[in-house]
Ligand binder design. Structure first.
Ligand SMILES: Nc1ncnc2c1ncn2[C@@H]1O[C@H](COP(=O)(O)OP(=O)(O)O)[C@@H](O)[C@H]1O
Ligand SMILES: [Mg+2]
Length: 448
């Protein structure tokens, strides 16, 4: 291929990025040169503007075919073999994993592996990766006390200017309303809030089942306030060297103040806030909680442009001291996404993917109690199924409701277990009214 020709064509594409024909011409040249990744990039650029562009889909099909035969994992549809016909009018059966496509778990080669029958029978790597997510990491690192040396401290926080605001948070009107009343309005109207005797000190604790948007909301709050967003995970601050944990915590708050206005987001705050009865007696955690209390108590409303947000899946495990007035004294339940939120999340995760006949509202109405993370999982699973089918059929098969339905058969809502386990807390430990919104939510669903 003549690189000069290609370079000038690419300049032309840059000058008129909307010209699909030109872009596809470049893509053809790249494909002919065996530059598959770049080909797919150009074709995708066309498909993003026009998802059903026939020539682009056809070219993508050829690129995938070229890729599969080049990589030696040829499906039945490549080379001289007959392509597998799939009739678009017939809903395909849930895709059987094709042994020619799905790589089998690697069989230990008896010629290479030591002849240990037990080792051959048990795949440790796989077992570890399966078990890994269920085994909590060791709570604290072993102190490595190299004599006389102090720790290096936490890596400097990355301040981030978030591009999202509350408008990007789908649905959740009740949550947004409470967020506004208890946090945004007072912060934005400091003088007025003072006149009404509303405390501006302390911060807001977001709690709720995992994967339902606590982190996303915190970022959106920063965007809404036009503030810098800094997120710190509590376990990152812990350091086994004496005094370093406090130093780290102080550095985090100092750095947040230096960038003000800042939303400082303490993620997974339960990792440190363990009740004294639990692991909280550990000296290192104690130091951290104490320093956190000092920092919170030194906050004077939004005068120093520092907004404190924290998140946890288990607020009831937090040390009470953290929840006293002037500290994380406001709590907000971030509920599982409602219909509107689910639709927004699904739309987001399906954007830029080839689709056909997707009924977003239909999926949203069938996924009550699914978390944002569950919904993302459904979209990825459906996409994988469509891709497997595409490789078998040797053409692009867009994601259809068949793929979504198959994914829905495999994936269930993950928030129910959390809600179930929160019931007793609401029943027996809601004396401060701290979990009133949770109680209300459970009652509405006849779970309380
Ligand atoms: N209401 C919502 N609107 C848009 N996206 C959402 C919403 N709720 C959750 N998400 C998405 O769901 C995923 C999980 O959210 P995340 O904030 O990480 O959950 P958490 O911090 O509660 O575990 C993210 O990709 C997030 O963008
Ligand atoms: Mg989170």
């Amino acid at each position: 291929m003549n690189d000069d020709v290609l370079a000038s064509l690419r300049r032309a594409v840059e000058a008129s990025p909307e010209d699909a024909a030109l872009r596809l011409h470049v893509a053809e040249m790249l494909l002919a040169a065996g530059r598959h990744t770049e080909t797919i990039g150009e074709v995708n650029a066309v498909l993003q503007r026009e998802p059903a562009h026939p020539a682009a889909l056809e070219l993508l099909g050829r690129t995938v075919a070229a890729l599969t035969s080049a990589s030696g994992t040829a499906a039945s549809g490549t080379g001289s073999a007959e392509p597998v016909e799939s009739d678009p009018a017939v809903e395909p059966e849930p895709v059987e994993p094709d042994p020619a496509v799905e790589p089998e778990p690697v069989e230990p080669d008896p010629a290479v592996e030591p002849a240990d029958p037990a080792a051959a029978a048990f795949d440790w790597t796989r077992a570890e990766s399966e078990v890994g997510s269920d085994v909590p990491p060791p709570f604290l690192p072993e102190p490595q006390l190299a004599a006389g040396e102090g720790g290096e401290g936490v890596a400097p926080l990355e301040p981030e200017a978030p591009a999202v605001t509350l408008k990007d948070v789908g649905g959740l009107d009740a949550v947004k309303k409470r967020l506004n009343e208890s946090f945004m309005q007072p912060m934005k109207n400091a003088e007025l809030a003072k006149a009404f005797g509303k405390s501006l000190r302390g911060g807001l604790l977001l709690y709720g089942p995992p994967g339902c948007g606590k982190t996303f909301l915190a970022r959106a709050v920063a965007g809404e306030l036009g503030a810098v967003f800094m997120s710190v995970t509590m376990t990152d601050i812990l350091d086994p060297y004496h005094g370093v944990t406090e130093k780290n915590m102080k550095a985090v708050f100092d750095s947040a103040r230096a960038h003000s206005p800042t939303v400082l987001f303490l993620d997974e705050v339960d990792a440190i806030g363990m009740k004294r009865s639990g692991l909280g007696h550990h000296a290192m955690i104690r130091q951290m909680v104490n320093q956190l209390l000092i920092e919170m108590d030194s906050m004077a409303g939004n005068n120093d442009g520092l907004y404190l947000l924290a998140a946890t899946n288990h607020p009831w495990d937090l040390d009470e001291a953290l929840l006293r007035p002037g500290r994380l004294d406001r709590t907000l339940l971030v509920t599982p996404p409602d219909f509107e939120a689910r639709r927004t999340i699904l739309e987001y995760h399906l954007r830029d993917r080839p689709l056909a006949g997707i009924d977003l509202a239909g999926i949203a109405s069938r996924t009550e109690m699914f978390s944002g993370a569950d919904l993302a999982h459904i979209c990825v699973t459906a996409a994988e199924k469509a891709m497997t089918e595409s490789i078998q059929a040797n053409r692009i098969c867009p994601i259809t409701m068949t793929h979504i339905n198959a994914a829905l058969d495999e994936i269930g809502p993950s928030t129910l277990a959390w809600l179930e386990s929160s019931r007793n807390v609401v029943k027996f430990s809601n004396e401060h009214g701290r979990y009133n919104d949770l109680a209300e939510y459970l009652r509405q669903r006849s779970m309380l």
